[in-house]
Design a binder for this molecule. Structure first.
Ligand code: ADP
Ligand code: MG
Length: 737
């Protein structure tokens, strides 16, 4: 008998050597093997008679190999195989398929699947490049009954098709999985509470395992191909439900901790109103309300503020900061780069200093004397808003009374990194620098429980526009606020894609715009792996542009290798309008805000990722004037590269672009979850299964609100036990519960 947890090598026909190959597919146990789902199915229930085939249809044919061989045309070698059923014959062709030589012998039974076509010359039917599988060999030594059993997995049914791996064919997987199912221990405990199963009409886990591999003859073929049979739904839901259950539990534990209950009274409201340089958008108002309500709760806030580039997150962050400061606490605002930290510092001073708030900037490049002085201000509590890079966390900065941490992460950070950040800023007991500070108790603080030190609130601001349902899983332990509206008066950016050789025209256009009083960026790719040579190219282009193309204009250069002072100086000159054109690498990608810049030329745009292009473009279109983004391309462009460029030309909306990006790259790459250690789902696909994901989240919340008339406490604890095992073994995620 096999358990789901039994190592896969104990399945008959596997053994240590094959187990090694399987390990490459992350198949270690019987359970893993059974979660290796067919990526499609073939209807071999009614293999078609050759005589009844019609051109244009997809068909499965089971027949006997008559003859096969390679012939050469002027253009390429073609492999031809003739399959027969009685007197009927059908020709199959594979182009360039020298590798098929010697694979078939007359008399073999073979299954073929593909599109039936009419040969344009002979008018005969044929199948080009069919999928094929050799069912049985005339020379097989197996005895007849066993062979028959094996064949019964291959024809006369809906056949599961698995992705081959190494020398393990789809056919091998059919046999191995069938054997594993045949020997699986009877009934495992049902870990999903009955009420949840009823809501979703879930079948039992065992039935799901069987049917997903061996569908009943009556199963809807369309549901099979779209992963929507009851068996698929059970397996997908299963996976999503226990992830959501873990996240939901974490959220609840979060809320049981001691935080600071900030007061938002008329005085604080007036203070916020005083600093606002413009009327907030409806979205900004709504989001601030959500944040303020959270900050008022006696448990620590863990909130994600998501908003497209230019949606106005900064001011919302400042408003939250005022709430904390007016309650006698300090605020740390962390940016991903020094340039951005600096920019935040300048806008904070512009917006907040008149109101009398004391703001400091603490970055690595400061002189050590100056640093020491600033640290002293922070430790004494005289600095109210501390702005820096994430190094604030690494360097041992002591706060007098830290109440709020704002992480402006844009899209730079993977999920796990973020979790680490949040953990660090909340580990008060474990002598974390940010945490220790939080133990001093400001007047407005009420403690939820007397023994624990209150943890600061955390607000993470991100420019990665993730479709809401996906945000639910990825940030399931955070509350989510979305800024889904741009400030008024923005005209959509016009984006064009042109080839390198058009550059004189592009420079002319740029000159005209600058003559009107606007400013422009020219961006070069400098990607880490080719940093040296690309940096040289960027510098060379800067010389070319400043010396030859625009001798009459003021052109600046900004890249990551410049020392901080110089960077600072260049940025400030551009901000003040003393530079008209800024040649830059992607250091400007995050957050830089110069509303008068209305033109961006991106060279070698095909080398950038979609999210990155969108971020870059987000540097323009920030004022009322019409903005233009020119994507220049040089050299060969891949098909995917072209789709990225097309998407940029077509869409301005970050959500739309994120969706496309997600499609192009797949969830793993998109979120950087692989490095970040987020659940690598085995059967679920968060794109395809968004609805089930929502259901899973809803049901998980309902279960944790129990026990009640629907759900017993025994069911809840069984689900939790199962969930913990899953989280530990399957996802290797941070501990829950
Ligand atoms: P992001 O969300 O990308 O961080 P910012 O906070 O930098 O966006 O805001 C982008 C620009 O829009 C800034 O110049 C900011 O001053 C401006 N802005 C923000 N909110 C409003 C508003 N409600 N009305 C007018 N301008 C706004
Ligand atoms: Mg920003």
């Amino acid at each position: 008998m096999l358990e789901l947890s039994t190592p896969v090598q104990y399945v008959k026909g596997v053994g240590p050597r094959i187990a090694e190959i399987l390990a490459g597919k992350a198949i270690h146990t019987v359970g893993d093997l059974l979660h290796y789902l067919p990526f499609r199915y073939e209807d071999r229930l009614n293999p078609r008679g050759i005589a009844e085939l019609r051109a244009g249809e997809m068909a499965t044919i089971v027949g006997e190999v008559r003859n096969s061989g390679l012939f050469r045309t002027r253009r390429m070698p073609i492999f031809e195989l003739v399959v027969g059923q009685g007197r009927a014959r059908l020709r199959c062709l594979w182009f360039n398929a020298t590798y098929l030589q010697g694979k078939f012998s007359p008399g073999q039974m073979i299954a073929l699947y593909g599109k039936v076509e009419e040969d344009s010359r002979t008018r005969e039917l044929q199948i080009v490049q069919p999928q094929y599988e050799i069912l049985g060999d005339g020379s097989d030594s197996e005895d007849a009954t066993e062979r028959k059993a094996a064949e019964s997995l291959e024809v006369g049914r809906i056949v599961p098709i698995y992705e081959a791996t190494g020398r393990l064919t789809p056919r091998w997987f059919r046999r191995a999985i069938r054997t594993a199912l045949d020997h699986l221990t009877p009934d495992q405990l049902e870990p999903i509470p009955a009420a949840v199963r009823a809501h979703l009409g879930l079948i039992s886990p065992r039935a799901a395992l069987w049917n997903v591999h061996w569908p009943e003859p009556g199963e809807s073929f369309e549901n099979l191909l779209t992963f929507r049979t009851p068996a698929h739904i059970r397996m997908i839901f299963d996976e999503l439900f226990f992830v959501e259950l873990g996240l939901e539990l974490k959220r609840r534990q979060q809320k049981a901790r001691t935080g600071i209950a900030f007061r938002l009274d008329d005085r604080v409201r007036a203070a916020i109103k005083k600093i606002l340089p413009f009327h907030p958008t409806a979205a900004q108002k709504r989001v601030l309300k959500e944040i303020a309500e959270d900050m008022g709760k006696p448990y620590p806030m863990r909130r994600l503020l998501q908003g497209d580039v230019g949606s106005g997150k900064t001011i919302v962050g400042f408003e939250a900061a005022i709430i904390a400061i007016e309650n006698g606490c300090q605020v740390a605002l962390m940016a991903p780069t020094e340039i951005l930290a600096q920019q935040h510092y300048f806008s904070a001073r512009r917006i907040l200093e008149n109101a009398g708030y004391r703001i400091v900037l603490l970055t690595g490049s400061l002189e050590s004397d100056r640093k020491r002085e600033i640290r002293r201000h922070i430790a004494q509590g005289s600095a109210q808003l501390v702005i820096g890079t994430h190094a604030l966390l690494e360097e041992k900065v002591e706060f007098a009374k830290l109440g709020l941490v704002i992480v402006d992460e844009q899209h730079r950070f993977g999920v796990l990194q973020r979790l680490k950040l949040m953990k660090k800023s909340s580990e008060s007991e474990e002598s974390s620098h940010l945490g220790t500070a939080a133990s001093a108790q400001p007047s407005a603080v009420r403690r939820a429980s007397p023994e624990a030190a209150p943890e600061p609130d955390v607000l993470v601001m991100t420019a990665t526009p993730i479709p809401r349902t996906l945000a639910l899983t990825l940030y399931g332990d955070l509350d989510l606020s979305v800024l889904d509206e741009l400030p008024p008066g923005r005209t959509p950016i016009v984006t064009r894609c042109v080839a390198d050789d058009q550059s004189p025209k592009v420079w002319d256009f740029l000159r005209k715009q600058v003559e009107k009083g606007n400013q422009a960026y020219v961006v070069y790719p400098v990607i880490a792996e080719n940093e040296e040579s690309e940096l040289k190219a960027a510098i060379k282009m800067y010389r070319e542009l400043s010396g030859r193309v625009f001798p009459e204009l003021k052109v600046g250069l900004l890249h990551g290798r410049l020392d901080a002072d110089l960077k600072d100086q260049v940025m400030r000159m551009f901000q003040k309008g003393e530079l008209q054109i800024l040649v830059a690498t992607t250091v400007i990608e995050v957050g830089v805000d110069v509303p008068n810049a209305t033109v961006m030329v991106i060279e070698h745009a095909e080398r950038f990722g979609l999210a990155q292009l969108h971020q870059l473009r987000g540097r323009i279109g920030r004022g009322a004037a019409k903005s233009y983004c020119v994507l220049m391309t040089g050299g060969k462009i891949t098909e995917e590269g072209q789709r990225r460029l097309d998407a940029m030309v077509q869409y301005n909306d970050g959500f739309k672009i994120a969706e496309l990006d997600l499609e192009l790259r797949g969830p793993g790459e998109f979120f950087g979850t692989r490095q970040a250690g987020l659940p690598d789902f085995r059967v679920a696909n968060i794109l395809r299964d968004a609805q089930l994901l929502e259901a899973a989240k809803r049901e998980a919340a309902a279960v944790l609100s129990g026990p009640n008339s629907e759900i017993t406490s025994e069911e809840i604890s069984r689900a939790l036990v199962h969930m913990r095992a899953r989280w530990q073994h399957t996802y290797g995620l941070v501990e829950v519960g």
